[in-house]
Design a protein around this ligand. Structure first.
Ligand SMILES: Cc1cc2nc3c(=O)[nH]c(=O)nc-3n(C[C@H](O)[C@H](O)[C@H](O)COP(=O)(O)OP(=O)(O)OC[C@H]3O[C@@H](n4cnc5c(N)ncnc54)[C@H](O)[C@@H]3O)c2cc1C
Length: 466
């Protein structure tokens, strides 16, 4: 079978097609209108309908629910403990702990939801392993381990020796690592489509093939116009992912990069040889991170967060289909797992990543607290979008309770340069990171210019890496 290189990828093809919902045709009123049918929008709809069962909830989705990154990601359901040092710096110890704990509750919450709703999204609680593949990365997790010890939660991130890492997965590249036992994996498209079908059963109105324009205030409410009609709502939730990088005022809070994944044929013999049976999702420790996990049918999904930078708002094209980047991902797959040489790669795909300058999601309210948003997951949205959905539901219903009081809500946003500087600067920095990390993996020290350019974002207050 020849490699299929598509925009949507293997997971959505495997999950099957539920058939589209009709586009919006006419005007209607709602209590909460949600722009975007990815995890953020759908979890928000779920929690609104749970908090207020009679509420009229509408989702308008430009494409199909789950057709964006939510249906085609790596399926790592991570907590935010690896962001603990950043969270502490920004919010202080107690608030940082609250956010990280809430993100852990979100991971468990995804699993509970699948069980309660009878949605088989392949949820597996196998933990997350961060591995070092070169001396330059051997203590990448030092600050996280120290922060967890200092705050009295050493169990959430444990350093591992090389032998301990290789006992979990025997890649010859692994030298040491850190293990986060709270993480899980899912089949991302089965989760997205499971959410979609449960929302429809609950009476949430979903209009697909319906692109929303920017929300406008209208009397005491907000109106969103689409090609075929308008929704007038008490409150609006913007859950449009990377597309928000093209929209004021959020566009100065995001850079859009891209990530690409390849999926092998079933390789049970290789997994056995690697001893990789615990369901761990694994990354290396580079900034342009490699990430990989097994599937229930014994494949390896192997991704790379080193795709090209996308100009704000232009998300199709090489953010989704990039043969050059996919060839690089295939080469690295075999470097990590030499036993895969000659084995079939069945599918490749990609998608945009909404990168926030703090590497933390940005969640908050605009327009006199009638419009709420969550974006900027920076490649870690599968778990945190469940938390964001809880927060957004509380904000949209003007409850202001529970998790909506967490420090990540309405926190001072980081800012990125305007276009075209953001795209050009991001492209130059990406090249420097590629060069730096290639040399580091060869055990060589990058030159001063490469180090300078790769370090530029941190110098202007933009956090890269975990
Ligand atoms: C290749 C890849 C691998 C990844 N791997 C992981 C991983 O393993 N773990 C992890 O935690 N995260 C991962 N991520 C990130 C994760 O997928 C996202 O953080 C998460 O899906 C974000 O969900 P969302 O609902 O906010 O956005 P999206 O899934 O992007 O959904 C936004 C939706 O809004 C719609 N939309 C956009 N504009 C409009 C408009 N004007 N009107 C109506 N609808 C609109 C889009 O069509 C889309 O369906 C990965 C991402 C990619 C691309």
């Amino acid at each position: 079978m020849a490699l299929k290189h598509t925009a949507r990828g293997w997971w959505l093809a495997d999950a099957g097609d539920q058939g589209p919902s009709a586009p919006l045709d006419g005007d209607l009123d709602a209590d909460v209108a949600i722009v975007g049918g990815g995890y953020t929008g759908m979890w928000t709809a779920w929690f609104v309908s749970q908090l207020e069962p009679g509420a009229r909830v509408v989702i308008v989705e430009a494409d199909r629910c789950g057709a964006g990154p939510s249906g085609r990601n790596g399926g790592f359901v991570n907590e935010m403990w690896f962001s603990l040092p950043t969270l502490r710096r920004r919010f202080g110890d107690a608030a940082a702990l609250d956010v990280a704990r809430a993100s852990g509750e979100a991971v468990a919450g995804v699993g509970r939801w699948c069980e309660e709703q009878g949605v088989d999204a392949w949820y597996r609680h196998g933990g997350y392993l961060q591995a070092s593949t070169a001396p330059a990365y051997d203590d990448t997790w030092r600050q996280v381990v120290a922060a967890c010890e200092e705050l009295g939660v050493p169990e959430v991130c444990r350093p591992l020796t090389g032998a301990e890492v290789r006992a979990r997965c025997g890649s010859p590249l692994f030298r040491a690592g850190a293990f986060y036992p709270g993480a899980a994996t899912v089949h991302p498209a089965r989760l997205a489509l499971g959410l979609r079908s449960r929302l429809l059963e609950r009476g949430v109105s979903i209009f697909e093939g319906t692109r929303a324009e920017r929300p406008r205030p209208d009397g005491g409410g907000v109106v969103i116009a689409t090609g075929g009609g308008r929704v007038r709502a008490e409150s609006v939730v913007l859950a449009a992912g990377a597309a928000l990088a093209g929209e004021r005022p959020l566009r100065r809070r995001l850079t859009v990069t891209s990530s690409h994944i390849v999926m092998t044929e079933p390789v049970p013999d290789v997994l056995e040889e690697l001893g990789w049976s615990g369901g761990e999702c694994i990354t290396d420790s580079r900034t342009l991170v490699h990430y990989f996990r097994t599937t229930r049918d014994r494949r390896i999904a192997f991704g790379w967060g080193g795709g090209r930078v996308a100009r704000a708002g232009r998300l199709n094209g090489r953010a989704e289909l990039d043969p050059g980047v996919v060839a690089e991902v295939e080469r690295n797959l075999v470097r990590f797992f030499p036993a895969l040489a000659g084995r079939r790669i069945e599918h490749a795909w990609g998608g945009p990543i909404d990168v926030s300058p703090t590497h933390l999601p940005t969640i908050g309210s605009l327009e006199g607290h009638r419009v709420h948003y969550a974006v900027g997951y920076t490649g870690n949205g599968v778990g945190p979008s469940h938390l964001a959905g809880r927060i957004l539901a509380s904000l949209a219903l003007a409850r202001g309770d529970g998790d909506s009081r967490l420090a990540i809500v309405d926190s001072p946003p980081g800012r990125v340069p305007p276009e075209p500087l953001r795209y050009l600067g991001g492209t130059v920095v990406r090249r420097a990171l590629l060069r730096r990390e290639r040399l580091e993996e060869q055990g060589r020290r990058p030159g001063p210019l490469t180090r300078f350019v790769a370090g530029l974002p941190e110098r202007i207050g933009i956090h890269v890496g975990r």
